[in-house]
Design a protein around this ligand. Structure first.
Ligand code: LLP
Length: 417
């Protein structure tokens, strides 16, 4: 459930008409509903009431400072994958002791930065990374808290590009190797073993793969305990899916029930890294119809947003619902909704029955709060769009629309030209 609903013929974000936002801020624009963000966080949090846990929001899904601040105020931590994300999260006021750092390619300077700020733990994704973190921490006279990201070889049954926990994926350390690496970690001078981690993929619509990987991790934990290693934190990653179209993912409460049942006996502190589940349906991308054209077999609706603004359809063939901002179209039409980018892959909707949008009509692409703006680029020298957050009847710009001047900032024509 979210707070993008019609009042009469008009689409609203909470108590604000989308039309009013565009009148003030222009199009295209991402619009986020604060009430939805908050409700999603609370639903996730409540699913684990009574169990020690920390929700480390996965910054990559939507890294806007306002979104981060919203979750931090509700008690959340963050899951980061770069120094840049750490910088943002700290600026937004995150408690460093609620930061977990994942990612297969952590650079020396990023590791140093994370150690300086005192994050909770690194989710270590390779043997060499473990050694490197220990070296850097020792040099700094510190101990780095770590969890090993174990790759449990479980199929999350989702899109191949967002499947991360299969054996041949680049992520984590194989379950066979994990014990050996924990043994080594125990002896390394710059390391303090704090946890065990896994993240098997994104947009999961069933709980079973989560439970299957917990079962596998439990075996590892049992062996570790026999070795005198007792990790406190069990980080189960993110990945809980949302409804884009017809999917029926488990509710956070149901997910919570099964996870708690499966992990209770361990007595560990649970960590979660949800991204999409918290922000996906809390945001929309609003765009305007520029032109339409009809061919014998094919209809096109050209809009002012493209694959650079919302890459998911082009990249994964993802479905995003499209709804008119004002319902005054004459019926439906099967069409492609395409952007201005010079690529045939630049579509937001492909061969779908949609309202018969006409020039000037505004439309909303739904479920665009996760991996929407965060994955946008300025390809074709298109400034990145504005972002707005709504709360009740108020709204504010939370990221200015980029300007063309900003696009060329930092570029230099060399002296030899
Ligand atoms: N933790 C780790 C280590 C991750 O790699 C990810 C996502 C998450 C947490 C958050 O997953 P979530 O709860 O959002 O499913 N761009 C793709 C999704 C890529 C996911 C990458 N990792 C998309 O637009 O569908």
């Amino acid at each position: 459930m979210h707070h993008f609903q019609y009042k009469g013929n008009e689409l609203y974000a909470e108590d604000v008409a989308i039309r009013d936002i565009v009148a003030k801020v222009g199009s295209p624009v991402y619009v986020y509903s604060q009430a939805t963000l908050e409700r999603h966080f609370r639903a996730f949090d409540e699913a684990f009431a009574g169990t020690p846990h920390t929700i480390c929001y996965s910054v990559k899904a939507n890294s806007n400072m306002a979104v981060l601040k919203n979750f931090i105020k509700l008690g959340g931590g963050v899951d980061i994958v770069s120094g840049g994300e750490l910088y943002r999260a700290l600026k937004a006021g995150v408690d460093p002791r609620k930061v977990v750092y994942s990612g297969v390619g952590k650079r020396d300077d990023e590791i140093e930065y994370a150690l300086t700020t005192g994050i909770l733990m690194f989710n270590v994704e390779s043997e060499q990374e473990l050694t490197r973190i220990s070296e850097i921490a020792s040099r700094m006279g510190k101990k780095a808290g770590i969890a090993i990201r174990v790759n449990p070889d479980v199929d999350p049954q989702t899109h191949p590009y967002i499947t991360t926990g299969l054996k041949n994926a680049k992520f984590g350390i194989t379950i066979e190797r994990a014990i050996e690496e924990y043994r080594r970690a125990k002896a390394l001078p710059g390391i303090e073993i704090l946890g065990i981690d896994c993240h098997i993929g994104s947009q999961l619509t069933k709980v079973t793969p989560f439970v299957d990987s917990i079962k596998k991790l439990k075996k590892v934990i049992a062996t570790l305990r026999e070795m005198g290693i007792d990790p406190k934190y069990l980080d189960l990653g993110g990945g809980l899916g949302i409804t884009y179209n017809q999917e029926e993912p488990p509710l956070p409460a149901d997910y919570g029930k099964e996870i708690v049942a499966e992990t209770k006996e361990l007595g560990m502190h649970l960590v979660f890294e949800p991204g999409r589940n918290l922000v996906g349906n809390a945001g929309i991308l609003v765009a305007k119809c520029l032109y339409t054209k009809q061919r014998d077999e094919k209809n096109f609706i050209m809009i002012d947003a493209g694959m650079n603004d919302l890459a998911r359809p082009a990249l994964y063939g993802s479905f995003h619902g499209v709804q008119p901002v004002v319902k005054d179209q004459d019926g439906l039409i099967v069409a492609d909704i395409v952007g201005p980018i010079c690529e045939s892959g630049d579509f937001l909707v492909k061969d779908r029955e949609v309202p018969m949008f006409k020039q000037g009509d505004l439309m909303a692409f739904m479920s665009a709060g996760a991996y929407g703006f965060a994955m946008s680029s300025s390809y074709n020298s298109r400034p990145r769009v504005a972002e707005v957050m709504v709360k009740g009847s108020a709204f504010e710009v939370v990221r200015e629309r980029e300007t063309v001047e900003e696009l060329i900032k930092g570029e230099r024509v060399p002296s030899f030209l």
